[in-house]
Design a protein around this ligand. Structure first.
Ligand code: NAD
Ligand code: ZN
Ligand code: ZN
Length: 361
Protein backbone atom coordinates (compact mmCIF):
# COMPACT_ATOMS: atom_id res chain seq x y z
CA UNK A 1 0.00 0.00 0.00
CA UNK A 2 1.24 3.50 -0.83
CA UNK A 3 2.38 5.37 2.26
CA UNK A 4 0.82 8.80 2.58
CA UNK A 5 1.91 12.13 4.09
CA UNK A 6 0.21 15.41 4.93
CA UNK A 7 1.03 18.39 2.70
CA UNK A 8 -0.28 21.91 2.05
CA UNK A 9 -0.91 22.12 -1.69
CA UNK A 10 -1.47 25.09 -4.00
CA UNK A 11 -4.20 23.82 -6.32
CA UNK A 12 -4.84 27.17 -8.09
CA UNK A 13 -3.25 30.65 -7.83
CA UNK A 14 -4.89 32.95 -5.30
CA UNK A 15 -6.86 30.13 -3.63
CA UNK A 16 -6.37 28.90 -0.04
CA UNK A 17 -3.91 26.03 0.24
CA UNK A 18 -5.46 22.60 0.50
CA UNK A 19 -4.27 20.29 3.29
CA UNK A 20 -4.14 16.91 1.59
CA UNK A 21 -2.91 13.37 2.05
CA UNK A 22 -0.49 12.74 -0.82
CA UNK A 23 1.88 9.81 -1.46
CA UNK A 24 5.30 10.01 0.22
CA UNK A 25 7.68 10.59 -2.72
CA UNK A 26 10.38 8.06 -3.55
CA UNK A 27 13.90 9.44 -4.13
CA UNK A 28 15.22 8.58 -7.59
CA UNK A 29 18.87 7.90 -8.44
CA UNK A 30 21.04 10.70 -7.02
CA UNK A 31 18.22 12.01 -4.80
CA UNK A 32 17.49 11.84 -1.08
CA UNK A 33 14.34 11.73 1.05
CA UNK A 34 14.07 14.00 4.08
CA UNK A 35 11.61 13.66 6.96
CA UNK A 36 10.64 17.26 7.65
CA UNK A 37 11.09 18.63 11.18
CA UNK A 38 10.41 22.32 10.50
CA UNK A 39 9.78 24.72 7.62
CA UNK A 40 9.75 28.51 7.76
CA UNK A 41 7.07 30.50 5.94
CA UNK A 42 8.62 33.13 3.66
CA UNK A 43 6.77 35.97 1.93
CA UNK A 44 7.99 34.33 -1.31
CA UNK A 45 5.63 31.40 -0.58
CA UNK A 46 2.79 33.93 -0.75
CA UNK A 47 4.04 35.28 -4.10
CA UNK A 48 4.29 31.66 -5.31
CA UNK A 49 0.75 30.77 -4.22
CA UNK A 50 -0.59 33.94 -5.84
CA UNK A 51 1.37 33.46 -9.08
CA UNK A 52 2.79 36.98 -8.69
CA UNK A 53 5.92 36.68 -10.83
CA UNK A 54 6.51 36.41 -14.60
CA UNK A 55 8.01 32.91 -14.22
CA UNK A 56 5.29 30.88 -12.53
CA UNK A 57 5.17 27.48 -10.85
CA UNK A 58 2.62 24.95 -12.12
CA UNK A 59 -0.19 23.98 -9.73
CA UNK A 60 -0.65 21.63 -8.04
CA UNK A 61 2.58 22.18 -6.09
CA UNK A 62 3.78 22.17 -2.47
CA UNK A 63 5.45 25.47 -1.42
CA UNK A 64 8.07 25.94 1.30
CA UNK A 65 11.81 26.55 0.85
CA UNK A 66 12.95 26.74 4.47
CA UNK A 67 12.45 23.03 5.17
CA UNK A 68 14.81 21.30 7.61
CA UNK A 69 14.79 17.59 8.35
CA UNK A 70 16.60 14.31 8.67
CA UNK A 71 17.79 12.21 5.72
CA UNK A 72 15.76 8.97 5.87
CA UNK A 73 16.42 7.42 2.42
CA UNK A 74 19.18 7.60 -0.18
CA UNK A 75 18.64 7.11 -3.90
CA UNK A 76 21.16 5.07 -5.89
CA UNK A 77 24.66 6.50 -5.98
CA UNK A 78 24.33 9.11 -3.22
CA UNK A 79 27.49 9.48 -1.16
CA UNK A 80 27.68 13.18 -0.25
CA UNK A 81 25.09 12.93 2.56
CA UNK A 82 24.45 10.09 4.99
CA UNK A 83 21.33 8.60 6.55
CA UNK A 84 20.50 10.60 9.69
CA UNK A 85 22.16 13.85 8.54
CA UNK A 86 20.19 17.04 9.32
CA UNK A 87 19.86 19.08 6.13
CA UNK A 88 17.80 21.94 4.70
CA UNK A 89 16.13 22.16 1.30
CA UNK A 90 16.58 25.75 0.12
CA UNK A 91 15.19 27.88 -2.68
CA UNK A 92 18.21 26.97 -4.84
CA UNK A 93 17.13 23.33 -5.11
CA UNK A 94 19.68 22.48 -7.80
CA UNK A 95 21.67 23.95 -10.68
CA UNK A 96 23.44 22.45 -13.71
CA UNK A 97 26.93 22.64 -12.19
CA UNK A 98 28.60 23.21 -15.58
CA UNK A 99 27.57 26.59 -17.05
CA UNK A 100 29.61 29.80 -16.78
CA UNK A 101 27.52 30.91 -13.77
CA UNK A 102 27.87 27.62 -11.92
CA UNK A 103 31.60 27.56 -12.63
CA UNK A 104 32.08 31.10 -11.32
CA UNK A 105 30.13 30.55 -8.05
CA UNK A 106 27.00 32.27 -9.39
CA UNK A 107 24.92 29.10 -9.40
CA UNK A 108 21.98 31.21 -8.21
CA UNK A 109 21.57 32.56 -11.77
CA UNK A 110 22.04 29.21 -13.55
CA UNK A 111 19.48 28.97 -16.37
CA UNK A 112 18.76 25.36 -15.40
CA UNK A 113 18.30 26.06 -11.69
CA UNK A 114 15.31 24.47 -9.99
CA UNK A 115 13.61 26.20 -7.05
CA UNK A 116 12.39 24.50 -3.88
CA UNK A 117 8.70 24.95 -3.20
CA UNK A 118 8.32 26.45 -6.68
CA UNK A 119 9.50 24.30 -9.59
CA UNK A 120 10.03 21.37 -7.15
CA UNK A 121 7.77 20.41 -4.26
CA UNK A 122 8.87 22.00 -1.00
CA UNK A 123 8.75 21.82 2.76
CA UNK A 124 5.05 22.31 3.57
CA UNK A 125 4.92 18.52 3.74
CA UNK A 126 6.02 15.72 6.05
CA UNK A 127 8.65 14.51 3.54
CA UNK A 128 10.73 16.29 0.89
CA UNK A 129 12.82 14.88 -1.96
CA UNK A 130 16.06 16.85 -2.44
CA UNK A 131 19.25 17.00 -4.46
CA UNK A 132 22.06 16.09 -2.02
CA UNK A 133 24.53 18.37 -3.83
CA UNK A 134 22.53 21.50 -2.98
CA UNK A 135 21.10 20.86 0.50
CA UNK A 136 22.16 23.03 3.46
CA UNK A 137 24.15 21.22 6.13
CA UNK A 138 22.77 22.26 9.51
CA UNK A 139 25.48 22.76 12.16
CA UNK A 140 25.16 20.78 15.39
CA UNK A 141 23.76 22.97 18.15
CA UNK A 142 21.09 24.64 15.97
CA UNK A 143 17.57 23.28 16.41
CA UNK A 144 15.69 22.54 13.16
CA UNK A 145 13.11 25.20 14.08
CA UNK A 146 15.69 27.97 14.57
CA UNK A 147 17.70 26.85 11.54
CA UNK A 148 14.70 27.00 9.19
CA UNK A 149 14.54 30.80 8.61
CA UNK A 150 18.29 30.92 8.05
CA UNK A 151 18.20 28.87 4.85
CA UNK A 152 16.22 31.57 2.99
CA UNK A 153 15.78 34.75 5.06
CA UNK A 154 19.25 34.35 6.59
CA UNK A 155 21.31 33.50 3.51
CA UNK A 156 19.46 36.07 1.37
CA UNK A 157 20.11 38.99 3.70
CA UNK A 158 23.68 37.93 4.50
CA UNK A 159 24.45 37.73 0.76
CA UNK A 160 22.54 40.96 0.04
CA UNK A 161 24.60 42.79 2.67
CA UNK A 162 27.82 41.49 1.10
CA UNK A 163 26.51 42.69 -2.27
CA UNK A 164 26.16 46.26 -0.92
CA UNK A 165 29.98 46.23 -0.63
CA UNK A 166 29.66 48.18 2.62
CA UNK A 167 32.72 47.93 4.87
CA UNK A 168 32.92 47.57 8.65
CA UNK A 169 32.03 50.91 10.24
CA UNK A 170 29.83 51.93 7.29
CA UNK A 171 26.11 52.60 7.56
CA UNK A 172 23.63 50.16 6.07
CA UNK A 173 19.92 50.91 5.83
CA UNK A 174 17.60 47.89 5.90
CA UNK A 175 14.16 48.58 4.51
CA UNK A 176 11.62 46.04 5.79
CA UNK A 177 12.27 44.63 9.26
CA UNK A 178 10.14 41.46 8.94
CA UNK A 179 11.19 37.87 8.30
CA UNK A 180 14.20 38.84 6.21
CA UNK A 181 14.85 42.20 7.84
CA UNK A 182 15.06 41.03 11.47
CA UNK A 183 17.88 38.70 10.43
CA UNK A 184 19.48 41.34 8.19
CA UNK A 185 19.81 43.65 11.20
CA UNK A 186 21.63 40.96 13.16
CA UNK A 187 23.94 39.97 10.28
CA UNK A 188 24.72 43.64 9.65
CA UNK A 189 25.69 44.23 13.28
CA UNK A 190 27.78 41.04 13.31
CA UNK A 191 29.51 42.22 10.10
CA UNK A 192 30.49 45.48 11.80
CA UNK A 193 28.06 47.88 10.13
CA UNK A 194 26.05 50.67 11.70
CA UNK A 195 22.40 49.84 11.08
CA UNK A 196 19.41 51.97 10.21
CA UNK A 197 16.15 49.96 10.14
CA UNK A 198 13.21 51.25 8.09
CA UNK A 199 9.68 49.85 8.31
CA UNK A 200 6.07 51.06 8.28
CA UNK A 201 5.21 49.27 11.51
CA UNK A 202 6.19 50.75 14.90
CA UNK A 203 6.22 47.28 16.49
CA UNK A 204 8.78 46.08 13.92
CA UNK A 205 10.88 49.21 14.53
CA UNK A 206 10.84 48.65 18.31
CA UNK A 207 11.95 45.08 17.65
CA UNK A 208 14.71 46.40 15.36
CA UNK A 209 16.02 48.56 18.21
CA UNK A 210 16.03 45.54 20.54
CA UNK A 211 18.03 43.64 17.89
CA UNK A 212 20.69 46.37 17.85
CA UNK A 213 19.61 48.88 15.16
CA UNK A 214 21.39 52.20 15.80
CA UNK A 215 18.67 54.25 14.10
CA UNK A 216 15.07 53.46 13.20
CA UNK A 217 12.91 55.36 10.73
CA UNK A 218 9.21 54.92 9.92
CA UNK A 219 8.92 54.74 6.11
CA UNK A 220 5.49 56.40 6.29
CA UNK A 221 7.00 59.52 7.88
CA UNK A 222 7.07 62.21 5.11
CA UNK A 223 10.62 63.07 6.24
CA UNK A 224 11.82 59.42 6.14
CA UNK A 225 14.40 59.88 3.37
CA UNK A 226 15.84 62.99 5.00
CA UNK A 227 15.89 61.24 8.41
CA UNK A 228 18.05 58.45 6.95
CA UNK A 229 20.27 60.82 4.97
CA UNK A 230 20.96 63.10 7.94
CA UNK A 231 21.11 60.27 10.51
CA UNK A 232 23.79 58.49 8.47
CA UNK A 233 25.77 61.61 7.58
CA UNK A 234 24.78 61.75 3.90
CA UNK A 235 22.96 58.48 3.14
CA UNK A 236 23.69 54.83 3.87
CA UNK A 237 26.76 53.31 2.19
CA UNK A 238 24.67 50.20 1.60
CA UNK A 239 20.90 49.88 1.37
CA UNK A 240 19.15 46.51 1.48
CA UNK A 241 15.52 46.56 0.43
CA UNK A 242 13.64 43.56 1.75
CA UNK A 243 10.17 45.17 1.87
CA UNK A 244 7.58 43.62 -0.46
CA UNK A 245 6.41 47.10 -1.47
CA UNK A 246 7.20 49.18 -4.57
CA UNK A 247 7.26 52.39 -2.47
CA UNK A 248 10.20 51.02 -0.48
CA UNK A 249 12.30 50.70 -3.65
CA UNK A 250 12.02 54.32 -4.70
CA UNK A 251 12.66 55.41 -1.13
CA UNK A 252 15.64 53.06 -0.75
CA UNK A 253 17.43 54.43 -3.82
CA UNK A 254 17.02 57.95 -2.40
CA UNK A 255 18.47 56.79 0.95
CA UNK A 256 21.70 55.61 -0.71
CA UNK A 257 24.88 57.62 -0.16
CA UNK A 258 26.87 58.97 -3.12
CA UNK A 259 28.86 56.08 -4.64
CA UNK A 260 26.86 53.69 -2.44
CA UNK A 261 25.01 50.53 -3.42
CA UNK A 262 21.34 49.77 -3.12
CA UNK A 263 20.73 46.01 -3.14
CA UNK A 264 17.23 44.97 -4.19
CA UNK A 265 15.97 41.82 -2.53
CA UNK A 266 12.19 42.22 -1.99
CA UNK A 267 10.10 40.92 -4.87
CA UNK A 268 6.74 42.72 -5.01
CA UNK A 269 4.94 42.49 -8.32
CA UNK A 270 5.68 45.47 -10.58
CA UNK A 271 8.27 48.08 -11.52
CA UNK A 272 9.58 51.35 -10.14
CA UNK A 273 10.97 54.49 -11.81
CA UNK A 274 14.66 55.28 -11.30
CA UNK A 275 15.66 58.97 -10.93
CA UNK A 276 18.31 58.83 -13.64
CA UNK A 277 20.07 62.13 -12.99
CA UNK A 278 20.58 61.38 -9.28
CA UNK A 279 21.71 57.80 -9.85
CA UNK A 280 24.12 58.77 -12.64
CA UNK A 281 25.52 61.95 -11.11
CA UNK A 282 25.91 60.37 -7.66
CA UNK A 283 27.44 57.14 -9.05
CA UNK A 284 24.90 55.00 -7.22
CA UNK A 285 24.82 51.26 -7.92
CA UNK A 286 21.43 49.54 -7.99
CA UNK A 287 21.87 45.78 -7.86
CA UNK A 288 19.59 42.78 -7.66
CA UNK A 289 20.46 40.04 -5.20
CA UNK A 290 18.92 36.57 -5.26
CA UNK A 291 19.34 34.15 -2.32
CA UNK A 292 22.96 32.94 -2.19
CA UNK A 293 25.36 30.15 -3.12
CA UNK A 294 26.16 27.04 -1.10
CA UNK A 295 29.25 28.80 0.25
CA UNK A 296 27.08 31.78 1.34
CA UNK A 297 24.81 29.22 3.03
CA UNK A 298 27.65 27.70 5.03
CA UNK A 299 28.81 31.19 6.10
CA UNK A 300 25.29 32.36 7.00
CA UNK A 301 24.70 29.25 9.12
CA UNK A 302 28.07 29.65 10.83
CA UNK A 303 27.06 33.09 12.17
CA UNK A 304 24.08 31.42 13.87
CA UNK A 305 26.12 28.46 15.11
CA UNK A 306 28.49 31.02 16.68
CA UNK A 307 25.53 32.66 18.45
CA UNK A 308 25.79 35.97 16.54
CA UNK A 309 22.44 35.67 14.76
CA UNK A 310 19.24 34.13 16.04
CA UNK A 311 15.89 33.86 14.25
CA UNK A 312 12.84 34.97 16.21
CA UNK A 313 10.33 32.23 15.55
CA UNK A 314 6.67 31.53 16.20
CA UNK A 315 5.81 27.83 15.92
CA UNK A 316 2.60 26.75 14.21
CA UNK A 317 1.20 23.46 12.90
CA UNK A 318 0.82 22.86 9.13
CA UNK A 319 -2.96 23.06 9.49
CA UNK A 320 -2.61 26.82 10.29
CA UNK A 321 -1.02 27.64 6.90
CA UNK A 322 -3.87 29.72 5.46
CA UNK A 323 -4.14 31.78 8.63
CA UNK A 324 -0.33 32.31 8.55
CA UNK A 325 -0.53 33.49 4.90
CA UNK A 326 -3.33 35.90 5.78
CA UNK A 327 -1.27 37.39 8.63
CA UNK A 328 1.88 37.58 6.49
CA UNK A 329 0.03 39.42 3.75
CA UNK A 330 -1.15 42.06 6.23
CA UNK A 331 2.17 42.50 8.06
CA UNK A 332 0.85 40.75 11.18
CA UNK A 333 3.73 38.30 11.64
CA UNK A 334 6.26 39.62 14.18
CA UNK A 335 9.32 37.99 12.56
CA UNK A 336 9.12 34.43 11.17
CA UNK A 337 6.50 31.71 11.50
CA UNK A 338 7.96 28.22 11.40
CA UNK A 339 5.77 25.20 10.75
CA UNK A 340 6.71 22.60 13.32
CA UNK A 341 6.39 18.97 12.27
CA UNK A 342 7.68 17.54 15.56
CA UNK A 343 4.49 18.18 17.51
CA UNK A 344 5.90 21.12 19.49
CA UNK A 345 3.48 23.65 17.96
CA UNK A 346 0.47 21.46 18.71
CA UNK A 347 1.70 21.04 22.30
CA UNK A 348 2.29 24.79 22.64
CA UNK A 349 -1.24 25.45 21.38
CA UNK A 350 -2.74 22.90 23.75
CA UNK A 351 -0.95 24.41 26.71
CA UNK A 352 -2.09 27.94 25.70
CA UNK A 353 -5.65 26.68 25.40
CA UNK A 354 -5.38 25.00 28.77
CA UNK A 355 -3.93 28.13 30.35
CA UNK A 356 -6.88 30.16 29.06
CA UNK A 357 -9.45 27.83 30.57
CA UNK A 358 -10.93 28.89 33.91
CA UNK A 359 -9.09 27.21 36.74
CA UNK A 360 -10.97 25.63 39.60
CA UNK A 361 -10.87 27.86 42.67
P1 NAD B 1 7.72 39.84 5.64
O1 NAD B 1 6.29 40.02 5.29
O2 NAD B 1 8.08 38.94 6.78
O3 NAD B 1 8.41 41.25 5.94
C1 NAD B 1 8.19 42.39 5.16
C2 NAD B 1 8.42 43.63 6.02
O4 NAD B 1 8.36 44.78 5.17
C3 NAD B 1 7.36 43.82 7.11
O5 NAD B 1 8.00 44.08 8.34
C4 NAD B 1 6.57 45.04 6.62
O6 NAD B 1 6.05 45.82 7.68
C5 NAD B 1 7.64 45.81 5.86
N1 NAD B 1 7.16 46.78 4.89
C6 NAD B 1 6.04 46.73 4.12
N2 NAD B 1 5.95 47.83 3.35
C7 NAD B 1 7.04 48.60 3.62
C8 NAD B 1 7.51 49.84 3.15
N3 NAD B 1 6.86 50.53 2.23
N4 NAD B 1 8.68 50.32 3.65
C9 NAD B 1 9.37 49.62 4.59
N5 NAD B 1 8.97 48.44 5.08
C10 NAD B 1 7.81 47.93 4.60
O7 NAD B 1 8.40 39.32 4.29
P2 NAD B 1 9.80 38.55 4.08
O8 NAD B 1 9.59 37.08 4.24
O9 NAD B 1 10.83 39.26 4.86
O10 NAD B 1 10.04 38.78 2.49
C11 NAD B 1 10.18 40.08 1.99
C12 NAD B 1 10.34 40.10 0.48
O11 NAD B 1 11.59 39.53 0.10
C13 NAD B 1 9.28 39.34 -0.30
O12 NAD B 1 8.91 40.09 -1.46
C14 NAD B 1 10.00 38.07 -0.70
O13 NAD B 1 9.47 37.46 -1.85
C15 NAD B 1 11.38 38.60 -0.95
N6 NAD B 1 12.46 37.61 -0.91
C16 NAD B 1 13.45 37.75 -1.84
C17 NAD B 1 14.51 36.87 -1.82
C18 NAD B 1 15.64 37.04 -2.79
O14 NAD B 1 16.42 36.12 -2.94
N7 NAD B 1 15.78 38.16 -3.45
C19 NAD B 1 14.57 35.85 -0.86
C20 NAD B 1 13.56 35.76 0.08
C21 NAD B 1 12.49 36.66 0.04
ZN1 ZN C 1 12.26 32.79 0.97
ZN1 ZN D 1 24.52 26.19 -14.33
Amino acid sequence: MTKMMQAAVVTAFGKPLDIQQVPIPTPGPGEILIKTEACGVCHTDLHAANGDWPVKPTPPFIPGHEGIGIVVALGAGVTIVKMGDRVGVPWLYSACGHCEHCLSAWETVCAEAEFGGYTKNGGFAEYIVANPNYVAHIPAGLSPQEAAPLICAGITTYKGLKETEARPGDWVAISGAGGLGHLAIQYAKAMGFKVCAVDIDEGKLAHATRLGADLVVNARDPGAIEAVRSGTGGGAHGVLITAPSIDAFQQGVAMTRKHGTCALVGLPKGEFPVPLFDVVANCVTIRGSFVGTRQDMAEALAFAADGKVRADIELQPLSAINDIFERLEHGKVAARVVIDFTGGAAKAQTSTTQAKQPQPA
